[in-house]
Write a protein that binds this ligand. Structure first.
Ligand code: GAP
Length: 441
């Protein structure tokens, strides 16, 4: 993990937020390449959820909703972590459930956990609500308290009725959204694995109650295959059904997709069967009917909800950990991100071999043609080896070099990041060739 973190900082993908003030706990900023990488992930998610289907519609709901939302959803009463504090030397705070999980994995007694840092005794657990609270208006008064959403899902439930009316869909159908959520996480975050603010990619799929188990199974498989389609190593992905004691307050069944991060197997996405919990709760608290009437049969029912809930930051971290590699070229150590081309922040770098003889102008012209088709970079700074190395570090799959032969016969060399193979190709048709490679599975 340290190597991935160092690379992200060095190449400006992801770095600590508020760094000039010493940083702020579990909070990170995404720089240029990080933003491009994130966008590739969200584009792929929208494509799988919306573009390639006709049973899901998009939504972008508010972060701050009516405060009664969180009463109804159960988050005010039940969205808390069991917090313990070390009574020994270090006084650190820990999540009891995390310590107990680690104890079970190590074959130890989960009832006898002690402080992992100094071995001290721990306090009794205290429930700690994870929602950030703020106020609407200039003064703190009763009724002005609102919350930053801890999940994007609730906005979807609040808009269920409106969507049903305008979208002309009937169950089974889904509503998808990507947006920021906020949780007051107090335990170590492991880089971007657990942060205070994070983007979720959530889809609520509304189904007739008797079809819920089948759709749950269906979405578990769909979502697992989606990560494989991004190039993630299938052997480092696994499914883990939740035991009854760890189910969220709204869920009757949840399976996590886990990835083998450097910190061990950890949750990447949860796929829950939320039943009719949320719609029923909001119907009761709002006084509105949130059911579906089948006009053909006259059947009236509250749909069940199957929810694949993914984290954008965790997907980015998965791609980075999965792609990170080190090898040696000509006796020199190289760091390389072996990202699938569709996920790479930059697809092609156009590099003039020397900064003279018309090569920079030629390279720039090729770059300008290419950039309307894919994200590309033009780089003249440093030796050609150094420039390749810089591109390898951010995962650029193709290097296009303009050399003296280019000026004679209008061909370039195309270097492959992984095989290091260089082939000569005519400039005409180069963009088509790379665009074709990008589309290939
Ligand atoms: N609506 C259901 C829900 O929010 P969750 O398992 O709490 O379920 C879904 O969150 C996903 O959101 C997780 O699998 C994870 O990828 C991401 N996530 C949750 N908390 C996070 C945090 N503090 N930092 C980064 N990602 C987080």
């Amino acid at each position: 993990m340290d190597e991935v973190v160092a690379l992200c900082k060095r190449r400006g993908l992801i770095f600590p937020a508020s760094e000039i003030y010493g940083g702020i706990a579990n909070t990170y900023d995404y720089g240029h390449y990080g933003v491009l990488l994130k966008r590739n992930v969200t584009d792929a998610w929208w494509k799988a959820m919306i573009q390639e289907r006709d049973d899901i519609v998009a939504l972008d709901s508010a972060i701050i909703q009516h405060p009664r939302t969180w009463e109804a959803s159960g988050h005010l009463a039940g969205f808390s972590d069991p917090l313990v504090q070390c009574l020994g030397k270090c006084k650190k705070r820990w999540r009891l459930d995390h310590l107990q999980e680690a104890a079970v994995e190590a074959g130890e007694d989960p009832a006898a956990v002690r402080c992992p840092q100094c071995g001290g005794e721990l306090t009794e657990p205290r429930a700690f609500n994870l929602m950030f609270q703020t106020n609407i208006g200039p003064v703190q008064e009763e009724g002005s308290t609102v919350f930053l959403r801890p999940e994007t899902a609730q906005g979807i439930f609040l808009d269920f009725k409106t969507t049903l009316q305008y979208a002309r869909k009937k169950p089974p159908f889904g509503i998808a959204q990507i947006g920021k959520s906020f949780r007051n996480e107090i335990t170590p975050g492991n880089f971007i694995f657990r942060t205070l603010e994070f983007e979720q990619m959530e889809m609520e799929f509304f189904v007739p109650p008797d079809e819920a188990p089948n759709w749950h199974e269906y979405w578990i498989n769909e979502r697992l295959e989606w990560y494989v389609s991004l190039g993630v190593d299938r052997d480092k992905l696994r499914l883990r059904p939740h035991g009854p004691e760890e189910l969220s307050h709204y869920s009757s069944a949840t399976s996590d997709i886990e990835y083998l991060f450097p910190i061990g197997w950890s949750e990447l996405e949860g796929i829950a069967n939320r039943g009719d919990f949320d719609l029923k709760q909001h119907a009761e608290h709002s006084g509105q009917k949130l059911d579906y009437v089948d006009t053909a049969t006259g059947d009236r029912y509250v749909p069940y909800v199957i929810e694949p809930a993914a984290g954008l930051g965790r997907t980015v971290l998965t791609l980075l950990c999965d792609a990170y590699d080190e090898d040696e070229i000509g006796g020199e150590q190289r760091t390389v991100l072996r990202l699938q081309p569709s996920m790479a922040p930059i697809k092609a770098a156009v590099l003039p071999l020397v900064n003279k003889d018309g090569q920079p102008e030629k390279a720039r012209a090729i770059y300008e043609e290419l950039r309307s088709r894919m994200s590309a970079e033009y780089d003249t700074g440093g030796s050609i080896g150094k420039r390749y190395r810089r591109q390898d570090e951010i995962g650029t799959p193709w290097g296009i070099t303009v050399d003296h032969q280019t000026m004679e016969d209008d061909t370039v060399t195309l270097r492959d990041r992984d095989t290091l193979e260089q082939v000569r190709l005519p400039v005409a048709g180069l963009a088509d060739e790379l665009a074709g490679r990008l589309e290939r599975p």
